[in-house]
Structures are given as structure tokens and as C-alpha cells.
Design a protein around this ligand. Structure first.
Ligand code: PMP
Ligand code: G9A
Length: 419
């Protein structure tokens, strides 16, 4: 028998399976209502338009679309994106954009070009599980920085940086990873003031900021906030975008906007990874954008997800027990909200009870590099139907009530500490 472990690289030994990807299996149990994976509503996929555009592309340029393509990406698609970015308040050029196989690849490539083993990445608390996975796969040290409803606390970020510098790690401090708009998992948005202060810290301590913003175009209320890449004036922000949530994740298509020199380095890393992103899906997406379908699609999604967000918030209000310490966020956009449980509860235990009642969510630990956030969990509101959102929250509220009862009985039964 070969001992593979002995042969694995240090990076491979550190690899862990994603909690979310594992949970997606649970959500296939018949009858389950899933608030787990961050999946778009499948009923809204623009299947007819994609059929139409695909036929057209195959007819018109099949011999190019099915061939290998440049690593940089399809220039026509990038020109469309330059226009699209302008609407988001980002002035950029084709040379500042790299097409990638969706933002998970972007995270991997960015990690690859910046991180040596044990380098430090500052992340929000909580943060995106796939970001943790990407940084972890290069052996990074992640520091979860305290965050509130306006994003990470700049004073806490700076205090962490200073501590590490005092300990002699100044040349190992590399990245600040922020999901500024309707964050995954907590649904919060980083305020403009915080964005500026984070950029100021990045500049003073010479760090790169990764602005990962897959949900930016999905705002349902409140006012748009200037992207960090626009606020930056020292060429240190790389912004990650994706078609996954505004079009279709099955296309595995996204783009990076950043300083030319960094884009050039990421291109080299991408050549080793996959040569190029599928020219076929790029051609289809280019034509889809050119025909103005994307704007239409975003409007359809926005309306549906806004209604679903409202349904989830009103159902939480209606069905959740009134417990001290039980609260949830009120996102202005995106796909998720975050529930805090009383401190004596553990969302992993609640998860098992919820699954019994046929409702699923993702436990808070998945979103913390050191698996903290035990008394919290994430709810997705884009995937389930509106009827199922109400029913699912009812089931979840019942699971919490039963869990609370059980803890109370334990307290009085065998003197378990209870606040
Ligand atoms: N970043 C964040 C913050 C995400 O929420 C996601 C998807 N859930 C991704 C990156 C990866 O998405 P994709 O690879 O489909 O673009
Ligand atoms: O891993 C996936 O399938 C994408 C979902 C991401 C998330 O749930 O945050």
C-alpha cells in the first residue's frame, strides 16, 4: 500500500473539504427546504435567451468559439465589461481586466501570486468560506478582524497589524480580503467611511486589498456605495466580479479588475492553471451582453430576491421566539442574512434538529478561519420559493424553540450552566 500522505506537498496536507459543498449534498434530501448554499433561483435562469444566443454563436463563429482562446479573455467581452463597469462607478480599460473561470478561480490566482506559506491575510469576521479555502490552500495565516454592521473595525485591523509587526512579521503581511457589498455570509455592507479607512491602512502598511464583490449589482434598498477600487489612489486594489449571481454560475465566468502589472502576473498564474477560460461561454456571454439581456436579467433577479428577502425578514419576525441574544441582520442586497443565537447555543447542534425538521442552513463556524462563530449561522434567501421561505422559517423557529426547551430542561435536570 502506498503511503500517499508521505508524498503529498505541505499545501496538499493542509487542504480541507468545503463545509458548504458538503452541505449541498444534504440539501438534496427529498422535502428539505434549503437556506444553505448560495444558489441562484433556478427558475430565473434565462434558458430561452441562452438557447437563442448559443445557436447564433455556433452558426456565426463556431470555429472560433470552440477553439482555444487567449488567456487574457475575449477582447469584445472585455470591452462590454468596460462599459458595464462604468455604470458601477469604475473607470477602467480592457488591459486592466482579466477574464477568469469565475471568482473562485480569481481568489486562487490572487492567493497564488501573493502568498508564501505562513503569510498573513486579514479577513472579515465572518468571511466567505471559499476565500478561507483558497488562502488555506497556500498555507496562509488568516486573521479574522472584528466586524460590525458597517464592516471590519479599522482600529481592530490596525491593532492586529501592529501586533504582528511587533512580533517581527512585517514582511509576511500581504492581503486584506473584503466583501464590501452585502457580504457573504453576513449580508452587511462596508460603509464608505470604513472603505476609506481600510484603504488608508492598506497604504500605510503597504498591503494589497482584495475587493470581492459578486453581489454588487444586487441591491434592493439603500444607496449604492463607491467601490473600493474607485476610492483607491495607490494602485493596491484588485476587484473580483462574477457572472454567477447575475447570469448563471454554470457558465463559470468572472473577471478581475486591477493594476496592469498585477493583471500581467495573474495572467501567468492562469496560464499554468487552465490556459484560458472557456471561449465558448465567453462568446455566448459577449453576445448576451451586446443584446442588452444582462440588464433585463438583473432587473428580474433583483425584483424576485428583494421579495424573497422581505419574505424571509417578515417570517423571522413572525415565527422566531423572543429570546435574548437571538437577532439577525437586515441586508440591503445580496443573497444572505446572518442569525446570531444566544451564546449558550451551538448552531451545529441546531443544524441536526433543523435537518430533522427538513430545513437546512450553514453553520457559522464554516465562515471563520479558526472555526469560531459557533452561536451563529447563515441563511440564503435566493434559492427557495417564497412559499417555502415562510414554511422553512417556521420549521427553523420550531427547531430553535425545541432546542431552547432542551437546554432549559438540562439546566434544571443536571445543573448545566445557563445564563
Ligand atoms: N466570492 C464570494 C464572496 C462568493 O460569495 C462566491 C460564491 N458564493 C464566490 C466568490 C465564488 O463564486 P464564483 O466562483 O461562482 O464566481
Ligand atoms: O460552493 C458553491 O456551490 C457556491 C456557493 C457559495 C456559497 O454558498 O457561499
Amino acid at each position: 500500500m502506498i503511503n500517499y500522505e508521505k508524498l503529498f506537498s505541505k499545501n496538499a496536507i493542509g487542504l480541507k473539504r468545503s463545509e458548504i459543498r458538503e452541505l449541498l449534498k444534504v440539501t438534496r434530501i427529498p422535502g428539505i427546504i434549503s437556506f444553505a448554499g448560495g444558489l441562484p433561483a433556478p427558475d430565473l435562469f434565462p434558458i430561452e435567451e441562452v438557447k437563442d444566443v448559443t445557436d447564433y454563436i455556433l452558426e456565426k463563429e463556431g470555429k472560433i468559439a470552440l477553439q482555444y482562446g487567449p488567456t487574457e479573455g475575449d477582447t469584445r467581452l472585455k470591452e462590454e465589461l468596460v462599459r458595464h463597469m462604468k455604470d458601477e462607478g469604475i473607470e477602467t480599460t480592457v488591459d486592466n481586466i482579466l477574464i477568469v473561470s469565475a471568482s473562485q478561480q480569481a481568489l486562487d490566482l490572487v492567493a497564488k501570486i501573493f502568498l508564501n506559506r505562513k503569510d498573513f491575510v486579514f479577513v472579515e469576521e465572518p468571511t466567505y468560506v471559499g476565500g478561507i479555502q483558497a488562502f488555506n490552500s497556500y498555507g496562509a495565516n488568516m486573521v479574522a478582524v472584528k466586524s460590525d454592521k458597517d464592516g471590519i473595525l479599522p482600529e481592530s485591523l490596525e491593532a492586529n497589524i501592529k501586533t504582528l509587526i511587533d512580533k517581527g512579521f512585517s514582511d509576511k503581511l500581504k492581503l486584506i480580503y473584503i466583501i464590501p457589498d452585502f457580504q457573504n455570509p453576513a449580508g452587511i455592507t462596508t460603509s464608505e467611511e470604513r472603505r476609506k479607512r481600510i484603504l488608508d491602512i492598506a497604504e500605510r502598511y503597504d498591503l494589497i486589498v482584495i475587493e470581492d464583490t459578486p453581489y454588487r449589482q444586487l441591491r434592493y434598498s439603500g444607496n449604492s456605495i463607491t467601490p473600493m477600487i474607485t476610492l483607491d489612489n495607490s494602485d493596491r486594489v484588485i476587484s473580483l466580479f462574477t457572472f454567477s449571481k447575475i447570469f448563471a454560475p454554470g457558465f463559470r465566468l468572472g473577471w478581475i479588475v486591477g493594476p496592469k502589472e498585477l493583471i500581467e502576473k495573474i495572467i501567468m498564474a492562469k496560464q499554468a492553471a487552465d490556459l484560458c477560460t472557456s471561449p465558448f461561454t465567453q462568446s455566448i456571454t459577449y453576445e448576451y451582453l451586446k443584446r442588452g439581456y444582462l440588464e433585463k436579467q438583473i432587473n428580474i433577479i433583483r425584483k424576485d430576491y428583494m421579495e424573497k428577502r422581505d419574505k424571509m425578514l417578515s417570517s423571522l419576525e413572525k415565527f422566531m421566539p423572543k429570546l435574548e441574544g437571538l437577532s439577525w441582520t437586515h441586508p440591503e442586497g445580496g443573497l444572505f442574512l446572518w442569525v446570531n443565537l444566544p451564546e449558550y447555543m451551538d448552531s451545529r447542534e441546531l443544524f441536526l434538529k433543523a435537518i430533522d425538521k427538513k430545513v437546512a442552513f450553514v453553520i457559522g463556524e464554516a465562515f471563520h478561519p479558526q472555526a469560531k462563530c459557533k452561536n451563529s449561522f447563515r441563511l440564503n434567501f435566493s434559492y427557495a420559493t417564497k412559499e417555502n421561505i415562510e414554511e422553512g422559517i417556521k420549521r427553523l423557529a420550531n427547531a430553535i424553540k425545541e432546542y431552547e426547551e432542551e437546554i432549559k430542561n438540562k439546566k434544571f435536570g443536571d445543573s448545566v450552566v445557563f445564563p
